[in-house]
Write a protein that binds this ligand. Structure first.
Ligand code: ADP
Ligand code: MG
Length: 287
């Protein structure tokens, strides 16, 4: 039989905006030793804004329009920011053969012309040379028929409670805080420093994130547990691989909420330390 205290723990968590899908997850959460975060939408707001436009051979307006058309079907936060920068109604009938390239960007035809929109890795993959650019944010390159057409700079901000969330975990005895990101090294390192994370792994494709979490699971001390926290855009497989997968519920994807063991209704990373505290209190009553 399930001890009554587990129901109390799950109820207390839900009043704090933390949805726990079963008493067993409280038992594992209480043993948390490592917390691994996804960056975008988890530690950062995931609300991007285009902060610079650097066209090459075409006009600024054309660069933004082409990027927005290619991104017209994507729900990645980067894609939303590009459509916002365009600001006008998009004629989706001009767009065909759309393929999302997880962790890299999007490929599509606009008026029959082949266009790639995405990061350094994507440009390397298709053999297009990009011009050196300012690394104040995430760089999104545009290539038209194999020719470089310029880039957009897109910025995101860390969540207001993110630094405090990391401190609270350390105070709760969590020995390792890690961030995984598909974003560039410079962006990952800057966020890692700002938040005081122990480890940062950048430029990861979705499969690399799974491999990294498996690596960290092997490093777990006996009796310790690894928690992964993500918004589920490209990281549902990692959510299910961790000892406990925590998803952001408000901005997160349906796939994430499905794959997760715990859902944070208000997307606040500081709720992870709260969840651990509730789990430990519950366990102390059960025992
Ligand atoms: P994170 O690991 O930070 O959550 P993702 O794995 O979702 O980020 O994406 C990693 C990188 O891939 C982004 O920083 C961006 O460079 C590129 N990317 C992903 N999706 C898109 C898109 N729709 N448009 C442009 N670039 C994208
Ligand atoms: Mg992500």
């Amino acid at each position: 039989s399930v001890p009554l205290a587990f129901f109390g723990g799950i109820g207390g968590a839900s009043r704090a905006g933390i949805l726990v899908k079963g008493g067993n997850f409280l038992e594992v959460l209480a043993r948390t030793d490592t917390v691994v975060f996804d960056k975008t939408g988890t530690l950062t707001q995931g609300v991007f804004h285009v902060t610079a436009i650097h066209p090459d051979h075409i006009s600024q307006a054309q660069l933004v329009e082409l990027a927005a058309l290619v991104e017209c079907w994507s729900d990645h936060p980067i894609s939303r920011s590009i459509r916002e920068a365009y600001g006008k109604e998009l004629d989706a009938a001009r767009v065909s053969d759309v393929t999302e390239l997880p962790g890299r960007g999007v490929q599509a035809k606009v008026d029959g012309t082949q266009i790639f929109v995405g990061n350094d890795t994507l440009m390397e993959d298709i053999g297009v040379k990009w011009h050196p650019c300012h690394r104040v944010g995430t760089t999104v390159h545009v290539a038209v028929e194999g020719e470089y057409a310029g880039h957009l700079v897109i910025s995101d901000a860390v969540k207001p409670d993110a630094a405090q969330a990391i401190q609270a975990l350390r105070a709760a005895g969590v020995t390792k805080t890690v961030m995984l990101t598909g974003d560039a090294q410079a962006v990952g390192q800057a966020v890692g420093r700002e938040l005081g994370l122990d480890q940062v792994y950048a430029q990861l494709l979705p499969d690399d994130k799974v491999a990294r979490v498996e690596d960290l699971l092997r490093q777990e001390p006996p009796g310790g547990a690894l928690v992964f926290v993500g918004d589920g855009i490209n990281d549902a497989p990692v959510l299910s691989r961790a000892d406990v997968g925590i998803a952001m519920g408000a901005m997160g994807s349906d796939a994430a909420i499905e794959a997760a063991d715990v859902v944070l209704m208000d997307d606040q990373p500081s709720k992870i330390a709260v969840a651990i505290a509730i789990a430990r209190k519950t366990l102390s009553i059960v025992r």
